[in-house]
Design a protein around this ligand. Structure first.
Ligand SMILES: NC(=O)c1ccc[n+]([C@@H]2O[C@H](COP(=O)([O-])OP(=O)(O)OC[C@H]3O[C@@H](n4cnc5c(N)ncnc54)[C@H](O)[C@@H]3O)[C@@H](O)[C@H]2O)c1
Length: 288
């Protein structure tokens, strides 16, 4: 099967016309890997063929695949794995791009098919960017280097190499691939980065709207002071670049008391993760 000597693998992308499918395919075409593309919606099929890529049906795409990249919506991962996993070659790897469905036990599995998950970290806010393309690439996968987090349910180093090569290709340019368990990946995403970090990003935008609409501050002034202070908050808070001033620390305490619930760290508990995932996956509860 896999040509480990050359590092050239047979990769199937399912959902090739979706947001992630297009991103990963745009990178895979630049590699030597033997890539097959499958997409079932007419709009997605049009997006794929518009790039000059050829589509195949899913059964053909996965028939001799070393690794299958499932770029389908999380809610489709159950039915899609139920369809494809029984058809895979023994030793094939199924790679999902988000841990929720895998951790929730929604995927069809097989003893001789390996389950893996990989999520992009996105380029760091502290990345030293040296070109306009790197500045523009906030998501990653185009020009700005990023790390990726991966999990694999196998001890076989050859399988891990295939996943790492695929992850490095689909999210390129990649600096480091960090290995964790599927559960840890589910704790990182959603809890750590979506529930906390993305929520705070959205909260900053709400605060900006308050500054403009409730306080009547000119929008340009509000944006300017917020964007600069956001950089200082992250540099001081996450990297310790400078100490916060004494007055700032008092204002921060007022913010914490007024905005943050005392028991907020409960979000890191397993039962809360299950509640979060159940909502995301539109389930009554997670049963595993
Ligand atoms: N969008 C993001 O920013 C992002 C980031 C990281 C990871 N992810 C993960 O990537 C995965 C895909 O998400 P997305 O946002 O790209 O979804 P999307 O809805 O943009 O694309 C999914 C594509 O899969 C196709 N599809 C659905 N069922 C199919 C089937 N049976 N066979 C072939 N094609 C099928 C759809 O037509 C669609 O084109 C999810 O697991 C998501 O959590 C998304």
């Amino acid at each position: 099967m896999a040509d480990t000597a050359t590092g050239r693998y047979r990769i199937a992308v399912i959902g090739a016309g979706g947001k992630m499918g297009m991103r990963v395919s745009n990178n895979l075409v630049k590699t030597d890997h033997d890539v097959r593309y499958s997409e079932n919606s007419p709009a997605g099929q049009e997006r794929v063929t518009a790039t000059g890529r050829t589509l195949t049906d899913t059964a053909t795409a996965i028939a001799d695949a070393d690794i299958v990249v499932l770029a389908v919506p999380d809610l489709a991962l159950g039915p899609v794995t139920a369809e494809i996993v029984p058809q895979l070659q023994p030793g094939a790897i199924v790679l999902t791009l988000d841990p929720a469905a895998a951790y929730a036990g929604l995927l069809t599995t097989r003893d001789d098919v390996i389950q893996a998950v990989a999520h992009p970290c996105h380029p760091s806010v502290f990345l030293e960017r040296t070109s306009k393309e790197e500045w523009a690439d906030t998501f990653g996968g185009i020009a700005a280097p990023q790390d990726a987090i991966a999990a694999i349910e196998s001890d076989d180093p050859a399988k891990r190499s295939i996943v790492e090569a695929t992850v490095r290709a689909i999210y390129a340019p990649v600096i480091n691939v960090h290995w964790v368990t599927v559960k840890q990946l589910a704790q990182l995403e959603p809890t750590f980065v979506e529930t906390v970090a993305c929520m705070i990003g959205a909260l900053l935008n709400e605060a900006l709207e308050e500054a403009v609409n409730t306080m009547g501050v000119p929008e340009a002034a509000a944006r300017s002071i917020l964007f600069g202070h956001t950089q200082v908050a992250l540099a001081n808070g996450l990297r310790g670049d400078n100490p916060f001033s004494d007055a700032c620390l008092i204002a921060m305490d007022y913010g914490r008391e007024s905005i943050i619930k005392e028991d907020w760290k409960k979000i890191f508990r397993d039962d809360e993760l299950d509640k979060n995932l159940a909502k995301m996956l539109h389930l009554d509860k997670i049963e595993r």
